[in-house]
Design a binder for this molecule. Structure first.
Ligand code: F6P
Ligand code: MN
Length: 325
């Protein structure tokens, strides 16, 4: 059931953006409720079928997209760009903002009761969708995500630190739980899909090899590895206790720029990472300095604890130097 009250009513949320964050949060509460029913509710994953009444059921990612678009249609949003749609939609021609969204991130985890999420990025609206979204990530007004996990949390930045709200299931409102998330500078935990090792480029392999060498290698300490397979869940872990995440480009067909999308995945995650005191890079340039060439463009993403992100950048720089020599 949609909450009739603002789900966030807090002085830390800038007034101009509050309405949009509230609309996103209200829809997220509804998405969370559907996810919470698991297999007792509707079909969640990619399979689209019929319910017991014979109504057609949509995959949850498509349904979530419709729910967010509908909710944002009631606000000052002009352009709506979604992973689920080829081109941006114009919701309100007079609207002042542009919202890019990954309505349901972590699709391989939808059916297995592992945390998934919604990622969003907000810009001021220009006269056309391209100009609104294909611009430096540093121009974002806000970026954040909702994680649907053991608890549901909204994590957001407006460019002045990172706030975390947790959904109070009794009141149906998001309550401020942490006014300032901070990613520790140092970590001994990395996240990468290691099954792709043979496809990686030399600097990524070199960096991960030093982590795996642990106390016996040049880093002089052991590292631990985690890979959830949901970008939102990895981000939440890193914002909670530090860590470094890598989804690099690799030699597989179609993966030269990695897997993750610049506009509605990497840009907002990079904004959060930097605002929490961490870093985000493509290996050599900050993600925040990039602009996407098209709405669904991919970009290699490395983010998290500053010391490790710098190590990854160093591995790339060393590789470039070696090639030039
Ligand atoms: O949105 C893409 C995504 O589902 C991310 O949430 C996750 O980090 C990544 O894909 C996992 O990719 P892979 O299955 O290649 O490890
Ligand atoms: Mn995603």
């Amino acid at each position: 059931m949609t909450s009739p009250h603002p789900v966030i009513d807090h002085p830390e949320v800038p007034a101009a953006l509050a309405e949009i964050i509230n609309a996103l949060s209200t829809a997220a509460i509804d998405v969370n409720a559907i996810i919470g029913h698991g297999p007792l509710g509707q079909t969640l994953g990619a399979q689209v079928g019929e319910n017991t009444d014979g109504d057609t059921q949509k995959a949850l990612d498509v349904q979530a997209d419709e729910m967010f678009a509908h909710a944002l249609g009631q606000t000052d949003v002009r352009w709506y760009a979604s992973e689920e749609q080829d081109i941006a939609l114009e919701l309100n021609p007079g609207g002042a903002c542009a919202v890019a969204i990954d309505p349901l991130d972590g699709s391989s985890n939808i059916d297995v009761n592992v945390s998934i999420g919604t990622i969003f990025s907000i810009f001021d609206a220009k006269d056309d969708a391209g100009a609104s979204f294909l611009r430096p990530a540093s121009e974002q007004l806000a970026g954040g995500y909702v994680i649907y996990g053991p608890h549901c949390a909204l994590v957001v930045t407006f460019g002045n630190g990172v706030l975390m709200f947790v959904l109070d299931r009794d009141s149906g409102r998001f309550e401020l739980a942490a006014p300032e998330l901070h990613i520790p500078e140092k970590t001994s935990e990395f996240a990468i899909n290691a099954s792709n090792r043979r496809h990686w480029q030399a600097p990524v392999r070199a960096y991960i090899d030093t982590c795996l060498a642990g106390a016996d290698g040049p880093r002089g300490r052991d590292f631990n590895m985690r890979w959830v397979g949901s970008l939102v869940a990895e981000t939440h872990r890193i914002l909670s206790r530090g860590g470094v995440f890598l989804y690099p480009g690799d030699a597989r067909k179609g993966y030269a720029q990695g897997r993750l999308r610049m506009v509605y995945e990497c840009a907002p995650i990079a904004f959060l990472a930097e605002q929490a005191g961490g870093l985000a890079t493509d290996g050599s340039k900050p993600i925040m300095s990039h602009k996407a060439p098209d709405l669904h463009a991919r970009i290699p993403l490395v983010f998290g604890s500053a010391e490790e992100v710098r190590e990854v950048e160093r591995a790339h720089a060393d590789d470039t130097k070696a090639l030039e020599a």
